[in-house]
Design a protein around this ligand. Structure first.
Ligand code: MSP
Length: 520
């Protein structure tokens, strides 16, 4: 059985997740669900990044110890992931003992191998990004990332010999075109690597920060939060503790991360792994940002412009939010969020297109067949009308189109191809006009048209299930399918004739009620 291991970045717990974070978890979830549907053995890891200065500061401001603080703030994230049906297989917290053990082991291992050294360090530090910036990347004394004022700091620290791996990494990236995606990010990293790489400071003196994992060879230092955090990708699948699981799932197939943290994943992480003698992940995919407002600014807690996902879920339900975030932008690029755009997607793609296809088809099955899916009479075979064949061909080619899109994490592309079929099916209803066939007593043709529509609904439901899983479950129930949706497999998409004639449908309330925009 093929395995598939996907991860998200682990989220900082100093703030509640906003829809930018949701977007990352939703895309990893859609990918995991798609690979499960393909029959693969999937492991989907997510979690929280709980050490470091940001968290220590947030805890202090909340009047709590860091541990009390992280335990209290991890709960809303877990609730949110549940509401959004994020189907992770494990949730790693960097305060878990199982994680700290692996970090300690790696630090010791690299220390023994001579990869670490102690030195006096003087540099420009951003306490918000928790990063030192080399002089050659600075314009003035502000952080290139968040534009805050940098402080010049001098202290004794531990360093990791990144620089000696620079040539190796450049060669590796050149020889593995899939290692960093999309191509624009790969170019960005190669350009970054065209400058001399500085060794990485991997410790923080306890005099400045106590909240972290103590270096096993220096009790006065804790590990730099990024060195600690990156290790989650292996500690979360049992490195050291569960060899069988680790050997099965590592290397990761894809680390999904935002474009702001690509350098950590495409430079530091591969070098850490290489130095420790561990294989590299297959792909690091960097997505863009959700922006907001007329100036299209990055959504972030520090800018105070975040959109609360709980509110949106309360108002519209989880699947419209999932659908919007997956459909609205080409994955990898930035997207501009607005509630109006979300409502427009809901009303158009969900209520009008897929919702109408479902409601109209089920209403006709009730009206003409008392709620029982009819047996097709086979007029399609005799018909001059090529529309049946076109519809079947479109359904038959859908799986291949979804595969091609998902191989590139092109969620919007995969959804667009499903919607092409949905729109064609709605057109089919208009042209075939079952109400006229009924009036004219063309019973054979009517049964074929209705059966074809039931088949399209079955195909569409399976196809959308990785993206809008809760709605897909409801659709599956409404079209009367008795075997569980989770038991269906990807190749069932577009296979003709799997709907059993005689199936009793269970029409329910419309799944995607239109939002009245005039009333707002
Ligand atoms: N803790 C680190 C990651 C460590 S991974 C070993 C971190 N955490 S974060 O909470 O700040 O960000 C988590 C993820 O959310 C990152 O991939 C980041 O790019 C993503 N996003 C944060 N804001 C975002 C948007 N406005 N839009 C889309 N994604 C964004 O970085």
């Amino acid at each position: 059985m093929k395995k598939f291991y996907v991860t998200t970045a682990i989220y900082y717990v100093n703030a509640k997740p906003h829809i930018g974070h949701c977007s990352e978890s939703i895309s990893a979830d859609a990918l995991a669900r798609y690979h499960r549907l393909k029959g693969e053995d999937v492991f989907f890891l997510t979690g929280t990044d709980e050490h470091g200065q940001k968290v220590a500061k947030a805890a202090f401001e909340a009047g709590k110890t860091p541990k009390e603080f992280v335990d209290s703030v991890v709960k809303p994230s877990l609730e949110l992931w549940k509401l959004l049906a994020i189907s992770y297989d494990d949730f790693i917290r960097t305060t878990d003992e199982r994680h700290a053990e692996v970090v300690t082991f790696l630090l010791n291992d690299l220390h023994k191998k001579g990869e670490l050294y102690e030195s006096e360090y003087k540099g420009w530090y951003c306490s918000s990004c928790e990063a030192f910036w080399p002089k050659n990347q600075l314009e003035g004394n502000t952080c290139p990332e968040c534009k805050r004022q940098l402080e010049e700091i001098s202290e004794t620290n531990w360093f990791f010999k990144l620089s000696k791996y620079q040539d190796w990494l450049v060669k590796y990236i050149n020889e593995h075109p899939d290692f960093i995606k999309p191509g624009s990010r790969r170019n960005e990293i190669l350009s970054f690597l065209s400058q001399p790489l500085q060794d990485l400071c991997i410790s923080r003196p306890k005099s400045r920060l106590e909240w972290g994992i103590t270096l096993p060879f220096s009790k006065d230092h804790v590990a730099y939060v990024w060195f600690d955090a990156l290790v989650n990708y292996i500690s979360g699948i049992g490195y050291l503790k569960d060899k069988q699981k680790f050997n099965k799932f590592w290397p990761a197939d894809v680390h999904i991360v935002g474009k702001d943290i690509i350098r950590f994943h495409a430079v530091y992480w591969p070098i850490m792994l290489r130095a420790a003698g561990i294989e590299l992940p297959n792909t690091v995919f960097a997505h863009g940002f959700w922006l907001i407002g007329k100036d299209a600014e990055k959504m972030s807690k520090s800018k105070g412009n975040v959109v609360d996902p709980f509110e949106l879920i309360n108002k519209y339900g989880p699947d419209p939010l999932r659908y919007f975030l997956l459909r609205e932008v080409t994955y990898g690029l930035d997207g501009v969020y607005s509630e109006a755009a979300l409502v427009s997607r809901l009303n158009t793609d969900l209520a009008n297109d897929i919702g109408n296809l479902l409601n109209r088809t089920l209403t006709m099955i009730e009206k003409y067949y008392g709620g029982i899916i009819p047996a097709p009479a086979g007029t399609s075979l005799r018909s001059e009308d090529t529309m049946d064949d076109e519809l079947k061909a479109l359904a038959g080619g859908l799986a291949e189109k979804i595969d091609a899109a998902m191989a590139e994490l092109d969620f919007a592309g995969a959804l667009a191809s499903i919607w092409e079929l949905i729109n064609r099916a709605n057109k089919y209803i208009e042209v075939q006009a079952p109400w006229t066939l009924d009036k004219q007593g063309k019973k054979d043709r009517l049964s074929d048209v209705i059966y074809n529509l039931a088949e399209i609904l079955r195909t569409v439901t399976i196809a959308v299930s990785p993206f809008i899983p809760a709605s897909a479950e409801k659709m599956w129930e409404q079209i009367g399918m008795t075997e569980p949706l989770s038991g269906t497999r990807f190749p069932d998409i577009g296979k003709w004739g799997l709907v059993k004639p005689g199936t009793q449908i269970k029409k329910g309330a419309p799944l995607f009620p239109r939002i009245d925009t005039k009333a707002k």
